[in-house]
Design a protein around this ligand. Sequence first.
Ligand code: F0G
Length: 483
Amino acid sequence: MANIKFFSGRTTPIEMHRVRIIQKLNLLPIEERYKAIKEAGNNTFLLKNSDVFLDMLTDSGTNAMSNDQQAAMQQADDSYAGSATFYRLEKALQHVFGMEYFLPAHQGRACEHILAKFFIRKKGQIIPMNYHFTTAKAHITECGGQILEIPVKDAFDTTSTCPFKGNLDIDALKATIAKYGKDGIAFVRMEAGTNLIGGQPFSLQNLREVSAVCRANGILLVQDVSLLSDNLYFCKQREEICKNMSIHEIALAFAEASDLLYFSGRKLGCARGGGICTNSKKHYLDLRVFIPLFEGFLTYGGMSVREMEAMAVGLMETLDEDVISQGPQFIEYMTEELVKLKIPVITPPGGLGCHLNARDFLSHLKPDEYPAGSLASAMYLISGIRGMERGTLSEQRNEDGSEPIAQMELLRLALPRRVFTMSQIVYAVDRINWLYQNRHLVGGLKWIEEPPILRFFFGTLEPNSDWQQKLVAKFKEDLGDSL
Ligand code: F0G
């Protein structure tokens, strides 16, 4: 970020942008929030956004665009084939990643679908990775593959000081290759800004080591760069070899280490869409056939051309440290305020959002009472803030029907880039603190309806006691007629 020092010595992050378009917010009274969360089956995905005050569900498609992105949308070329918009987006990607070929897709999971479909050749093939993402895992298992998570051991230490908890364990990777052989492995997947373990980055050094092992063994390295901007920022801040590199040089080094990159353009580039990049003509030709089949013609891939124009500009803006520092710095501020209050939160702060450690926050709940889901429901109830459960509910049931207890039980409070102001963060910290002081009142959840795939998106649950009424009563006792 720009070098701005406060005379007072305080370390508040400062926005390097100003607000020029706003969306009015409403905060419903707690009685109405109680009704809304009940109707939503205690699933924050099922809340209507008009019932939400601060929408911290996700950063997916919710980052604020820049004026230049908005302006670029006006020049969108609406042709079905050969759109000039496509060539502008392709050029931006070629510049950012130094990769020649680009296949457009409607969003990140569409890329996961195509990659899994093509590269998983035999049932049971292994896909080693630093950590899974929900949709990546669903597509891999759907195509007969099996994920194998081999992050460094600090990955699951909720209060570690390790700056790169998204790193892959190189010895475990070598052992996996020795065990399954080249043919037993479809590809290795590295996820930048590892989503489900608190937005934790990997280092350039680690990526290069993974790449060297893959290349020595003739195994493909696929990188999910959806959360790249945060990861680039952390490399620049935390990694010695990146200190003298520009953000662009780090991005190019990430690409150079990989055979294929894919991304959700709902995150990277602050628009809506996605795509796959590679320098290999063979991979490009192999995967190309799937684009018109599943996505749309090769020059739009299911995306709106307006979004593609915004993405092209957004990608270039990702190379500006002032732009990409806003998210991680607000997250760091929020996390550190919570640490001061001794509230269990994932440290070091990662990207994407601030992650509450629900297992410790609600330590009186059993794992199958879904602590992170309960915390998400309670958080909305007492504050109008909508977060996302990232724990056991976000997992798929085991094949034998048993409940897979997640490695981590997190409530993610996403801070979409450039969306929230500092006073809104202060409000969130205040309400989290109130909830922590009253955490003994929060009970568990049980299923009403559990869908078989990606159940967290639209499954419904109910409280396992009258704990929500008690929480409402205590809120009114402490905060009177405050919304
Ligand atoms: N990979 C990562 C690391 C993601 O975080 C996401 C989406 C995807 C792939 C899939 O991309 O949504 O465009 O299909 N993450 C969103 C989230 C949904 O809220 O974290 P998509």
